[in-house]
Design a protein around this ligand. Structure first.
Ligand SMILES: [Zn+2]
Length: 395
């Protein structure tokens, strides 16, 4: 290539790139943006706040800020922890579902429940926040198929086979890695296999975030439909128990599923845990006094993170590290198997550029900067999940 031609080409490349950088906002707006994991419902109940209030500075998300962040469809996590079990977990899940229905009914012009791809289309076209539900933890069905049916009927469109706690039929990542004695082998037992088959029949997506490796491989062997990891990162870049190993990532490709990236600093950055421990140790006296009024470790840390925001900015990872996880997946298995599952309002620290849901467009900015095409970005932001959602439908 002659010199002049190469100068012309690189100059025009520069113009194109800077134009693209400026247009990230409009591209983000045009894309169907789907976040497959948000814990507002649990946080709202805990903090006694409603999603249709202005909660800036209090939560990561609320109805109006979702719009500002360009989020078209949000999968809300239906969740209770391991303190709920037989006789209580299913009821609590229903209470959470009630609270989502209530806020949707109060805001019929701004929100709608999405139960199938046609609903999703309609929500996007009518500019309402498509509101989906994912059941985060198999313990909420209390070992009963009829409870699974009931949660599906009410709108649950994925179920995370386990949360951090194992069930009688599936072992969690936390328990498997800790070598906990469950009184039965790790993985899915007969009931677990039956539940996965039943989810396939219903059209309920199998979510493998939080599950142990044995459960993961069993589920992938049994399922006839694509699965998701609704909120997980990569083990290669941050080796924590519930991030996905390269072998698991390759299995997801074979299954035609998708891995939705979690924004939690501790899943994104392998150095976060140590840095955060040092930060907490420095403020231990204050933390102890907070714990006297609210015994939740999670909220005590959240309080300190917010109070000492400037100090925490040196502890939190950058958004670029989160996108490194995405690049890692794309390099391994291509662009068709990755998306976002922020875990907003379920985490007490996120990358420093992603303070709340309104910062979502910065993801698109970084993707453009790294050379992803418009088509790729559409897939990442929502298209890949829509493909999996459709593939799980039975009618
Ligand atoms: Zn989770």
């Amino acid at each position: 290539m002659n010199k002049i031609l190469s100068v012309v080409i690189s100059a025009s490349l520069f113009v194109t790139q800077s134009a693209e950088a400026q247009s990230y906002k409009s591209l983000h707006k045009k894309a169907i943006v789907i976040d497959t994991h948000n814990d507002f419902i649990s946080t709202g109940i805990e903090k006694n706040k409603s999603f249709d209030q202005d909660l800036k500075g209090i939560t990561h998300s609320d109805l109006n800020r979702m719009k500002k962040g360009g989020v078209d469809v949000q999968v809300f996590s239906i969740f209770c922890d391991e303190n709920y079990g037989m006789g209580t977990a299913f009821a609590y899940a229903n209470r959470e579902i009630d609270s989502l229905y209530a806020v949707v009914e109060r805001n019929p012009k701004k929100m709608m429940i999405v139960k199938n791809p046609a609903d999703l289309d309609l929500a996007v076209k009518s500019k309402k926040l498509g509101s989906m539900m994912g059941i985060e933890g198999g313990h909420m069905i209390e070992d009963r198929i009829d409870y699974l049916d009931s949660l599906y009927k009410r709108g649950g469109r994925y179920m995370t086979l386990t949360w951090n706690n194992s069930t009688s039929w599936a072992s969690s990542a936390a328990d498997e890695r800790a070598g906990k004695d469950l009184g039965h082998p790790y993985g899915l037992n007969e009931l677990g296999e039956k539940i996965v088959r039943h989810m396939n029949e219903l059209g309920m997506i199998v979510d493998i975030s939080h599950v142990g490796e044995k459960t993961f491989y069993d589920a992938l062997r049994i399922t006839t439909k694509p699965v998701i990891a609704s909120h997980s990162c990569t083990y290669a870049l941050c080796p924590v128990p519930r991030n996905m190993t390269d072998d698991q990532i390759r299995m997801i490709k074979k299954n035609n599923g998708t891995i939705q990236l979690n924004f939690y600093s501790g899943f994104v950055d392998s150095t976060f845990r140590l840095k955060n421990n040092n930060f907490i140790a420095k403020h231990q006296q204050e933390k102890d006094s907070i714990l006297k009024t609210n015994p939740s470790d999670f909220y005590a840390n959240l309080f300190l993170h917010e109070k000492y925001k400037d100090e925490m900015d040196n502890v939190r990872p950058s958004l670029t590290l989160l996108i490194d996880h995405l690049d890692h997946i794309v390099k391994l298995i291509g662009v068709d198997h990755v998306g976002i599952g922020s875990d907003f309002d379920g985490i007490n620290s996120s990358p420093r550029e992603l303070n709340d849901v309104t910062n979502m467009p910065l993801l698109t900015k970084e993707l453009l900067k790294r050379g992803y095409s418009k088509e790729d970005i559409y897939k990442i932001l929502g298209g890949n999940f829509i493909r999996v959602f459709k593939a799980n439908q039975n009618n």
